[in-house]
Design a protein around this ligand. Structure first.
Ligand SMILES: N[C@@H](CCC(=O)N[C@@H](CS)C(=O)NCC(=O)O)C(=O)O
Length: 244
């Protein structure tokens, strides 16, 4: 059986890492059995979660390469039924969410002092303060290196809102990005939007995400479908209309 290494439930989410959630949702979409364990960066092929151990005992890191392995090995195509153009759009949406939007999410989780204190700081319980400060500084440098860390909070929110508006425009009133069945990119979009909408971390970005009714309903729907046992507690807050 495949072993999926992730972080685990927390922060009001069934899985703290959106990349692990993406892989977990793709495993669920494929109906593949897996067991889940806590993964340590030091054991990860790429120093990050998710990673998996395959049935053959091979360890694979990175959610996109894990997806490729699942498709090749089990004869799957998560984008089955999509046209060449839709496949290209799905890839573009995924890159936008992973390589841009997710950095705004990282910034609001790690670099907002209150969110950091109630969230990521708990990863360092019992560790010397220097370790926590070292990792925090690394995150700050990463966010700066990708560019997001160079903007004001309002500018970051404005960029992230454009990404959410783009997703909402593609989604329209469909149940999934490209129609009646979820594709690979739905796992990514769902995971990253849930990471923003969780009531655990208040932020301006979350407030603006709440203004996209179709995205809120989409996350609610996919949460019920893929994590039916999880109590997705939105406290009624996200259903309140918010001025865009
Ligand atoms: N490109 C990777 C990104 C994974 C990623 O950013 N994982 C984060 C957790 S959400 C991580 O392990 N960060 C630790 C680190 O970068 O040191 C993927 O798609 O799997």
């Amino acid at each position: 059986m495949i072993t999926l290494y992730g972080v685990g439930a927390g922060f009001g989410l069934p899985e703290i890492s959106p990349y692990v959630m993406k892989t977990e949702v793709q495993l669920k979409m494929a109906g593949l059995a897996y067991e889940k364990r806590r993964g340590m960066r030091e054991e990860a092929p790429k120093g990050q979660v998710p990673f998996i151990d395959t049935d053959e005992g091979v360890r694979i890191g990175d959610s996109t390469f894990i997806r490729g392995y699942l498709e090749r090995t089990y004869g799957l195509d998560f984008d089955e039924g999509l046209t060449a153009r839709e496949r290209a759009e799905a890839w573009a949406i995924e890159r936008m969410m992973e390589n841009h939007f997710s950095w705004a999410m990282t910034q609001s989780r790690w670099l907002d002092p209150q969110n950091f204190a109630k969230g990521p700081a708990q990863f360092f319980d019992g560790a010397p303060p220097a370790v926590r400060e070292g990792v925090l500084e690394q995150v700050r440098q990463n966010v700066h290196a990708v560019g997001i860390g160079r903007h004001s909070e309002l500018e970051v929110v404005a960029l992230a809102v454009r990404s959410m508006a783009a997703v909402a425009a593609i989604l329209e009133d469909k149940p999934y990005l490209f129609g009646k069945r979820p594709c690979g990119a739905d796992a990514t979009v769902f995971a990253l939007l849930a990471a923003i909408l969780t009531p655990f971390f208040p932020s301006e970005l979350k407030r603006r995400a709440e203004g996209f009714g179709t995205l809120v309903a989409y996350v609610d729907r996919l949460m019920a479908q893929f994590y039916p046992e999880f109590e997705w507690d939105l406290e009624g807050a996200v259903r309140r209309p918010v001025a865009a």
